[in-house]
Design a protein around this ligand. Structure first.
Ligand SMILES: [Fe+2]
Ligand SMILES: [Fe+2]
Length: 398
């Protein structure tokens, strides 16, 4: 879904200087200015000769200079890393919202209690997943800088409103968790022996439409609510439906990361860039596996059967429906067709083709999720440009 008004012919933020690209954001300009000053000092050092340079302080400067000189990245590798940095900034933004309200040091006890009905360690896992995303974003941008490439800064798009519920900081956000259409087809996809890369389509396990994944306000769900299992009372039931939505949304986000990193790995040229992609990608899959397990608890006894009184979104007992495509404890990937139907089924991450899991597909998936509801046309132009550049990257063998 691309209902964002983007136009493929419009100019975008680009990797390098471009006559028609919009200028970088103030924070990005600041980063660029700092980087240019480093490059400028390098030229100065070259002119002085080694003896003069050695007299200058700043071992960090020499370290980063050595890294940048070691191997310039290809345009494709830069595009891959820049898109992944953008994806990680987006992930970080949404996870920070979850963490403020429901993390181990979260500020909304009723939300934490409802999340804990999926697993008593949910708040700890939310905090740790948030830390991981922040580290991914910071590392990718630092690596880009170390190679003389432009890092990604989305600060100008942190304009969406925060939740008004107790615990949420009142700051601008990149993402909107307040009315999501969560795609839950991943639940069926990973239980199926079919593969989207070979044309398979999967139904929704649970229909989650226009449902908040975080508490919206204390009027809607007071922070002191109890969280009995099953919930009793309108507000308690509403809060449990919100927590259940978060449970499915966590897995939706992280299965997307699992496919995205696998796909980007196939395009990398530098072995070091490939190492970065597979090393971070493995953790995205680790996250997915964890959340896959927890989401199942929202649709298994004793919690199953919650219906949000506001939206009508229902979390049925999937085990009661019967069959392996529903069974909640089948959380490890079922072997599925891979590459060619004449080959034996294989337990794999899927999809691993651009069309359903690449960079553009990831942005389209987030857009359909309504994760960017309220964002500006410039935001969509910027992230879609980054996505197209990453999808266009090709592995270059000498
Ligand atoms: Fe990540
Ligand atoms: Fe992630």
């Amino acid at each position: 879904m691309t209902s964002n008004g983007s136009n493929s012919n419009e100019p975008f933020v680009s990797v390098g200087p471009s006559a028609d690209a919009p200028g970088p954001a103030p924070a990005e300009q600041d980063l660029e200015a700092k980087w240019r000053s480093v490059v400028g000092r390098r030229s100065f050092l070259k002119g002085m000769g080694l003896a003069g340079a050695a007299a200058l302080p700043g071992s960090a400067l020499f370290a980063s200079e050595a890294m940048a000189r070691s191997a310039a990245l290809t345009k494709g590798d830069v595009a891959i890393l820049r898109f992944l940095a953008a994806a990680e900034l987006i992930e970080s933004d949404l996870w920070q919202q979850y963490n403020e309200l429901g993390g181990v040091n979260g500020g909304n006890p009723a939300y934490m209690a409802a999340l804990s009905n999926l697993d008593s360690d949910m708040p700890q896992y939310i905090a740790d997943n948030t830390d991981d995303e922040l580290s991914h974003a910071a590392f990718l941008n630092a690596y880009l800088r170390s190679k003389g490439a432009q890092p990604v800064n989305l600060d100008e798009f942190r304009t969406l409103p925060s939740s008004k519920a107790t615990g949420a900081k009142q700051i601008g956000r990149l993402t909107n968790l307040q009315s999501l259409d969560v795609d839950t087809s991943w639940y069926v996809r990973y239980r199926s022996t079919q593969n989207p890369d070979l044309g398979a389509h999967f139904p929704q396990a649970v229909t989650i439409s226009r449902e908040p994944a975080i508490p919206l306000s204390d009027t809607d769900t007071p922070p002191g609510l109890p969280a009995p299992v099953p919930p009793v009372g309108t507000q308690e039931t509403r809060m449990q439906a919100i927590a259940n939505t978060a449970g499915f949304h966590f897995a939706f986000i992280e299965q997307g990361g699992s496919s995205l990193y696998s796909i980007m790995a196939l395009k990398a040229t530098s072995l070091e860039v490939l190492r970065i992609i597979v090393s971070i990608g493995g953790v995205e899959t680790n996250h997915f596996s964890l959340w896959h397990d927890k989401a199942g608890n929202a649709v298994a006894q004793p919690l199953a059967g919650v219906t949000d009184p506001e939206t009508g979104v229902t979390f049925p007992d999937l085990n009661a429906k019967g069959g392996e495509l529903n069974q909640t404890n089948l959380i490890l990937p079922e072997p599925c067709e891979f590459l060619h139907r004449s080959l034996p089924d294989c337990s794999i991450v899927r999809p691993t083709l651009d069309s359903s899991g690449g960079a553009v597909a990831a942005i389209d998936g987030f857009t359909a999720d309504r994760l960017f509801e309220g964002q500006s046309p410039k935001f969509f132009r910027t992230v879609r440009h980054l996505a197209r550049e990453a999808d266009a990257a090709e592995r270059r063998l000498h």
